[in-house]
Design a protein around this ligand. Structure first.
Ligand SMILES: *Cc1c(COP(=O)(O)O)cnc(C)c1O
Length: 351
């Protein structure tokens, strides 16, 4: 057998592209169009030579404490990682291990399938309802290895109420249920309070979308103390120093400026609601988004065609090469001016 036959082969996740043009309108990876809190910039100026020279605090304790205080919980119920992608990778390694199938939605964050394949976890994808809602997760079933879904879901933007999450957890007391709340700050209600009541629910969130810090890679999970301790054990066994000191310090500054956080989230929600009306007027249809993106389709023009046309204008949106959703585009909510530029083009093209 050649060495190449012994290599672990995976189908890699394909992230949205990161083009660098000065006049581009970048609406393809759900980043925040606004800068992070001015307190983050101030904090950056305070980073000194020690912070470069010494290893970071491997538990990122200051950030953990700040998050615990912000979410009114205990520090031993909080786990941080290098982006929620890192948190989720640790979650897959830690909790989905017994060979029973992991359940996740057929249309969702495509990384779930990548990790399941990478870690050789069997899985079952549950189709959404016709109007894109999660389906089947509340049915009690034996032999379930674990459950993960994004709420609000991506790329549909649809939010399920906390009562739905509770139904799922109640139906599956014998496995870990993970609610990936990357977009919950844009109008949904978090399932965090349920983690006090159910020891098998883990809620995962990120600083990448609503806190304008995708480049700093900060994500976290909150859940029962025991769940968190299992996660930490796996994490520290393979990677001991992960979040760098700058990210810890800047993340802390971001958490402290709650007023700023609420202001930018409010602006994005306001722009989203206005953008929905403009897009509907142009003949687009879309599920009702509770996120910082809208998942749209037009019955006269294909998703692929629009995606390519917009590229020629230096407007970047996301198109997925999945036959289930290839009619659609996922458009991040940027500033009002960015959305105007997109709308101006669409009005001419479709008009
Ligand atoms: C963006 C996103 C993540 C990952 O975010 P990080 O930048 O790694 O924190 C996780 N889940 C969903 C559903 C996302 O959209």
């Amino acid at each position: 057998m050649s060495w190449e036959e012994k290599v672990r082969k995976v189908e890699p996740y394909v992230p949205g592209e990161q083009p660098k043009f000065s006049d581009m309108v970048k609406l393809n990876t759900n980043e925040c169009p606004y800068p992070p809190s001015p307190m983050v910039e101030q904090e950056l100026k305070l980073i000194n030579e020690q912070e470069f020279r010494l290893y970071p605090d491997n538990e990122a304790s200051e950030l953990v404490h700040a998050l615990a205080a912000y979410y009114h919980t205990d520090s031993n119920r909080v786990f941080v990682g290098v982006g929620s992608d890192d948190v989720l990778a640790q979650v897959f390694l830690t909790f989905f291990t017994n060979g029973q199938p992991l359940l996740f939605p057929e249309i969702t964050y495509s990384f779930y399938e990548v990790w399941a394949n990478l870690y050789k976890i069997p899985y079952k994808k549950l189709p959404l309802t016709e109007d894109w809602h999660l389906d089947g997760f509340t049915n009690p079933a034996d032999q379930v290895g674990g459950i993960i879904f994004a709420n609000p879901n991506a790329p549909t933007g649809i939010y399920e109420p906390v009562s739905y999450v509770e139904e799922v957890v109640k139906a599956h007391p014998d496995c870990v249920v993970v609610a990936d709340e990357a977009y919950v700050d844009f109008g949904g209600e978090s399932a965090l309070p349920l983690t006090e009541k159910y020891d098998n629910l883990l809620v995962v969130q990120t600083f990448s979308k609503s806190r304008a810090m995708a480049g700093m890679r900060i994500g976290f999970a909150i859940g029962n103390e025991k769940l968190i301790s299992y996660l930490k054990a796996v994490k520290y066994s393979i990677n001991s120093y992960t979040m760098n000191t700058t990210s810890i310090r800047l993340g802390l500054a971001a958490v402290r400026d709650d007023a700023y956080f609420k202001t930018i989230v409010g602006k994005i929600v306001e722009t989203r609601e206005w953008f929905k009306k403009e897009m509907a007027a142009l003949g687009f249809t879309f599920p009702d988004s509770m996120t910082n993106f809208v998942f749209v389709r037009h019955n006269r023009v294909s998703g692929k065609e629009l995606y390519e046309l917009l590229r020629t204008q230096n407007i970047f949106v996301r198109h997925f090469n999945d036959p289930l959703i290839d009619d659609y585009l996922r458009i991040t909510i940027g500033t009002r001016e960015q959305m105007e530029r997109l709308l101006d083009f669409l009005r001419v093209y479709l008009g």
